[in-house]
Design a protein around this ligand. Structure first.
Ligand SMILES: C[S@@+](CC[C@H](N)C(=O)[O-])C[C@H]1O[C@@H](n2cnc3c(N)ncnc32)[C@H](O)[C@@H]1O
Length: 264
């Protein structure tokens, strides 16, 4: 819903659930550790995860002993997350929109959300997260950003495909540098329910082959929203450019913003 490009939708991910499980990378160890530390998660902590997808963050949190419950909009994604969480008998995945999910009576020690908070209703998301937490509990939000990195050559090569297939209009487009990123969710400063806001940034480079990059793009809401023939045309075009001009390899520079706040 709140994403600005009308071609994107929050329901789209569930339509490619198996691809999502296969091609979306998990989180680097340093990001998981930062979430665990910032949200004060320890064995036995009651943790609620919003929008767990196929369980990319859920599994490492459960491995660290979190008593995990997750709320996921997509039934097929929830089924995959449940399958991956099967070794953790106390883990539960509920299929619902977080905004209207009836909160259990016992509050949570931590609420975490990785790459999904931007899909939630901005008028409800902080209030509902606050209502789910005990006083002193922590909210931790992970916001991944694609940044420029050292070599803009990849964008110079591939922008033409985006322009050709109506997905962009600037052949010179570059993502922001890490320094140009603005803080995630600045409006938390106006939420009296949350205080002691901490912000961390972690950088990582993800390496893809042409096949794994195209697979990952198939899970991008913008690409999912294309007409099937257009999508296949665009992906074939892009794949040829990556093979021909980038040696069949893509290096993706990511900045993971981790925002943590204490429930007052
Ligand atoms: C980009 S995916 C991120 C999934 C996973 N957390 C990850 O990091 O890979 C966004 C997820 O949020 C879920 N989602 C979107 N809106 C939601 C809502 N209102 N309540 C619960 N889940 C939601 C989507 O179904 C999708 O699984």
């Amino acid at each position: 819903m709140p994403d600005k490009d009308p071609r994107r939708s929050r329901e789209s991910f569930n339509t490619v659930a198996e691809l999502y499980a296969r091609y979306r990378p998990g989180y680097p160890e340093a990001v998981v550790e930062d979430v665990v530390r910032s949200a004060e998660i320890s064995p036995g902590s009651r943790v609620l995860e919003i929008g767990c997808g196929a369980g990319q963050l859920s599994v490492p949190l459960a491995e660290r002993g979190a008593e995990l419950q997750a709320v996921e909009l997509g039934a097929d994604l929830a089924r995959i997350a449940r399958r991956r969480l099967a070794p953790f008998p106390t883990a539960k995945v509920h299929v619902a929109a977080f905004e209207s999910w009836p909160l259990p009576q016992e509050p949570f020690d931590a609420v975490v959300c990785a790459n999904a908070f931007h899909w939630l209703d901005p008028d409800v998301r902080f209030a509902q997260a606050a209502a789910a937490l005990r006083p002193g509990g922590r909210l931790a939000i992970v916001a991944p950003h694609h940044v420029r990195g050292d070599d803009p050559g990849f964008f110079r090569q591939t922008n033409r495909c985006y322009v050709r297939w109506g997905l962009g209009d600037d052949p010179e487009w570059l993502p922001p540098t890490a320094e140009e990123l603005s803080p995630d969710y600045p409006e938390i400063a106006d939420c009296p329910a949350f205080g002691s806001v901490e912000r961390h940034r972690l950088e990582a480079v993800r390496r893809f082959t042409t096949e794994s990059y195209i697979g990952m793009l198939r899970t991008d809401s913008l690409i999912i929203g294309m007409e099937p023939r257009e999508r296949e045309g665009f992906l074939a075009d892009l794949s040829a450019v990556i093979d021909r001009s980038c040696g069949g390899e893509v290096l993706w520079h990511q900045v993971y913003g981790v925002l943590a706040a204490v429930r007052q």
